[in-house]
Design a protein around this ligand. Structure first.
Ligand code: CA
Length: 437
């Protein structure tokens, strides 16, 4: 049998040149059809979505792992995520076979094709999973160093613990939104260094954070850590994350307990989850870790992935988007297996469909910085746009888009995009008005 990652595979479904979604990818997502309100699971191929409820109803998921288990009926990926890698592999292999130009089961079944293959432009994408918990790591050494230099100076840029463990905080899953959802500029408490007291109002330093997240598969029981060597069996796939940040709110609130309202007003994710199996050809070594991590964080072998990542800005009122940054997932110092091993080493449990994000991914050059804060170096070096404007942080009406892809020989395994436009803050009078009597 030809493996699902074979670059020579072709689908009978047309895949445009340079598409993120050739038959070698087959990411999973959740969508709504125009003619049916209940969310369904789909797989993406070229500019089409394959409706897996129709494939399930046609009895085509007939392998030993999936037959009769109803794992792909929706309304979210959670039941499928709980089912472990043999089921994930069987689903992907089944779809790979069904969509090949050499296989007739779907290709020659006109009625089923008409029901199951939908133009991607005709469906509404949803969050891929019901995310119970969202954790945000801080795993890019370049990002942590840049921020540390800005806030504490070059001598104390990395905190003493940073090279010994993957640092993270617990985020907020309630404000996760799918790509395309507008994001309202938050209001909050801020205090300028020179001001004697804080004030309340719209954040002036709204930022994006270019990140990649993974969705967890089978969970672990409370009290039972996931060993680093088994951690990748708990990672279903990856998606793009824009972890919007209000830097002025964050700066005033973050000590002593860390991020709170500056971070939890919105986090946007891309709708298609690219499986770890599809990314396998792009596995690569991560950075050398010195000092050597403690034993529970040992991950011999290659645990990085060569995923190119870009952030683009379409300025308010303009049509053209321009690239702000080009970076790569492989720069991350702490890998996903280490993140999950560390997250659970105290017995903390994960559940299927938890979102674990990388933290902002910056690279070694100025052009590879993953946030406005770093790109404009805290506001000191404004970014010049081709329309003559400058930016330090995001303005109302700006659209920020993150894209990601692995480049193979003649094909790419892509993530699509996560995009969102900044909406003006609510009038502060609406937030502080006296209750009517
Ligand atoms: Ca973040």
């Amino acid at each position: 049998m030809i493996a699902a990652n074979d670059p020579s595979l072709r689908s009978f479904v047309p895949v445009p040149e340079g598409s993120d979604f050739p038959i070698q990818n087959l990411p999973f997502g959740v969508f709504r059809r125009a003619d049916s309100p209940a969310p369904r699971i789909g797989a993406r191929i070229g500019d089409h979505v394959l409706d897996l409820l129709e494939i399930e109803a046609a009895g085509l998921f007939d392998g030993p792992e999936l037959r009769g288990r109803d794992l792909l009926r929706g309304p979210s990926l959670n039941a499928f995520l709980a089912a472990r890698r043999p089921a994930w592999r069987e689903a992907r292999q089944t779809l790979s076979l069904l969509l090949r130009d050499t296989e007739e089961a779907l290709r020659d079944n006109q009625a089923l094709r008409a029901r199951a293959l939908l133009p991607a432009s005709s469906v509404e994408m949803c969050l891929p999973a019901q995310v119970g918990d969202y954790t945000d790591f801080y795993s890019s050494r370049e990002h942590a160093t840049n921020v540390g230099v800005m806030f504490r100076g070059p001598d104390n840029a990395l905190m003493p613990n940073w090279l010994h463990m993957p640092i993270a905080y617990h985020g907020r899953s309630s404000s996760l939104v799918v790509s395309g959802t507008p994001v309202r500029r938050p209001c909050g408490q801020t205090k300028a260094d020179t001001a004697p007291a804080p004030s309340f109002g719209a954040s002036r330093l709204l930022d994006f954070e270019l990140e990649v997240g993974f969705l967890t598969g089978p969970g672990n029981e409370l009290g039972r850590p996931i060993p680093a060597a088994e951690a990748e069996d708990h990672i279903f796939g990856l998606l793009l994350v824009n972890d919007w940040s209000a830097r002025d709110i964050q700066k005033w609130e973050y000590q002593p307990l860390g991020p709170f309202l500056g971070k939890n007003f919105a986090t946007s994710v891309s709708p298609w989850v690219v499986t770890l199996d599809a990314l396998e050809p792009f596995r690569c070594a991560g950075p050398i870790q010195d000092p050597e991590p403690l034993e529970y964080l040992h991950t011999p072998g290659a645990h990085g992935f060569d995923i190119q990542l870009e952030a683009l800005l379409a300025p308010a009122g303009g049509r053209n988007e321009e690239r702000l940054t080009l970076t790569n997932f492989k720069y991350l110092y702490w890998n996903m297996a280490q993140q999950l091993a560390h997250h659970t080493v105290n017995g903390c449990n994960t559940r299927p469909g938890d979102l674990v994000a990388s933290g902002t991914i910056s690279g070694p050059t100025r052009e590879s910085r993953g946030s406005m804060l770093e790109l404009c170096w805290g506001g000191k070096e404004p970014i010049r746009l081709s329309n003559g404007e400058e930016r330090t942080f995001l303005r109302d009406g700006d659209r920020l888009t993150i894209r990601g892809w692995c480049q193979g020989a003649g094909y790419r395994i892509g993530f699509g995009e996560v995009t969102g436009v900044v909406m003006p803050a609510l009038e502060t009078s609406q937030l502080t008005a006296e209750p009517r009597s």
